[in-house]
Design a protein around this ligand. Structure first.
Ligand code: 5CA
Length: 441
């Protein structure tokens, strides 16, 4: 992508309304624009990252055996009356009346709708286990939307719903999501820690929140720091096999949010392993048994011919919130430092003197890298060097490739690693080889 033809509205001033670093950097880097309180337009750079985060989430959901569909944002109030949540949800639900005076709502979550879809088609135990998920915009009329995409009113969520014959098999479904979540967040460069959690308006009695540690996080958390060293399950994890060993390893060390905190158990830990910190909830999984299937009459016939309500769980990931979380975890004074897997582009190609001898070299580098599958943002604008460097540091692409007249005299271009700050001069051919190896190797 040529920057001269892109839309990257970088802000010079630090926006005053932004209280935390990720919000400030997302606004300054031209990723998002607030359109109403807690409601954002995703500008091209932000939209690219959102797409990459969503893709990783989808890949890991699919790997675990979940099946993707897409439900609408607008739901009928009647469906929510069946579960009793239409009244219970209170002011967080955005209620709408259509031209025929029918009561509708902008979905804050989809337990009711997915249960309705399930009961319309599935009758037999032979069709289980089943896990259906979608990635869709949600609306919650939060009292205090804040911190940008971290606590929005409109936000993108991945929500999955599992259906099983009994509690034991539902627990296996829960474990599959648990392990898929460990992989999902690790792929984004995050250390997300599963913690015992409260179930709130979703209900049920088994629940974990996945939390990344950050001083600006809204949750207070307590953990045994040995959990930070546990290995992430590999790509070859068998999701048809028994995952309880992995889940046990991750749920044995102490880790809880303040709602579930057991002061005595925590205090009993050796002093050097105790960590009390703040964190950002990026995912939340629930097992709630037959809460919705009882209320909404979603039954399956067992092998013995008996009709029983299906056991369910639901599993959320805050897809848009993750962008804030990743930035909180990965930035410096100059701007964002994107982990390669979610970076909007891989390389920022900087032409120090557009309209001159740097052009053919840049054009050729651009073409070679793009042909090798490396995503390049090419700064071909006639602006100052200082502006180009500061802009590239701010938007945080993992690599910069700098082409200037002085270097070219000795046949060299420069590579900069955004994270380490290391710079290295080499021939254009060597630069291409090095970047392709680093990014595609
Ligand atoms: N139905 C269940 C699971 S599918 C559910 O709604 N769970 S939740 O309420 O915990 O939300 C799932 C995830 O969405 C949270 O872990 C969080 O990462 C994200 N989320 C929740 N509220 C917001 C919000 N206001 N802004 C941004 N992300 C949010």
């Amino acid at each position: 992508m040529r920057l001269s033809r892109y839309f990257l509205p970088i802000l010079k001033e630090t926006p005053k309304e932004a209280e935390i670093v990720s919000h400030r950097l997302m606004l300054r880097a031209g990723m998002i624009r607030q359109q109403s309180a807690g409601i954002y337009a995703w500008l091209p750079l932000g939209h690219r990252v959102l797409g990459k985060v969503q893709k990783i989430v989808e890949e890991e959901q699919n790997r675990s055996g979940a099946v993707q569909l897409l439900m609408p944002t607008i739901q009928s109030a009647d469906l929510w009356r069946e579960s009793g949540r239409y009244e219970a949800y209170g002011k967080e639900m955005l209620r709408i009346v259509d031209r025929h005076d029918r009561e509708m709502l902008y979905g804050p979550t989809n337990e009711e709708m997915i249960t309705d879809i399930f009961r319309s088609y599935v009758r037999s135990y032979k069709d289980l286990p089943l896990n259906l998920y979608h990635v869709q915009w949600k609306f919650r009329d939060e009292v205090r939307p804040r911190f940008g995409v971290m606590r929005g009113r409109e936000f993108l969520m991945k929500d999955a719903y599992s259906f099983d014959l009994d509690q034991e098999r539902a627990r296996e479904a829960y474990n599959r999501m648990f392990v898929a979540y460990l992989r999902t967040f690790a792929r984004m460069g995050l250390k997300a820690i599963p913690m015992k959690a409260d179930t709130g308006p979703i209900g049920g009695d088994l629940s974990h929140e996945f939390i990344i540690l950050a001083s600006t996080g809204e949750s207070e958390v307590f953990l045994d720091k040995s959990i930070l060293d546990l290995p992430i399950p590999g790509e070859d994890t068998d999701f048809n096999g028994d995952l309880s060993e992995i889940v046990d390893a991750w749920t044995t060390p102490y880790a809880a949010t303040d709602e579930m905190h057991d002061e005595a158990a925590f205090e009993a830990l050796p002093e050097e392993t105790k960590v009390s910190a703040r964190g950002i909830e990026v995912g939340h999984i629930f097992y709630f048994g037959t809460k919705y299937s009882d209320a909404m009459n979603a039954k399956v016939t067992t092998a013995e011919g008996v009709d029983i309500p299906v056991h369910m769980g639901s599993y959320g990931i805050g897809v848009s919130r993750l962008l804030g979380g990743i930035i909180e975890a990965s930035h410096d004074d100059d701007g964002i430092i994107w982990p390669t897997e979610v970076a909007p582009f891989h390389v920022g190609l900087i032409n120090m003197k557009p309209g001159d001898e740097c052009d053919p070299v840049c054009d050729s580098l651009y073409e070679q890298l793009e042909n090798a599958g490396v995503e390049v943002l090419y700064d071909d604008r006639k602006t100052s060097a200082g502006q180009k460097f500061a802009g590239m540091d701010l938007i945080g692409l993992p690599w910069q490739l700098i082409v200037g007249p002085r270097g070219l005299k000795s046949g060299e271009v420069e590579i900069k690693n955004r994270k380490t700050g290391e710079r290295e001069s080499m021939s254009p051919e060597a630069a291409v080889a090095k970047l392709v190896a680093a990014l595609k190797g």
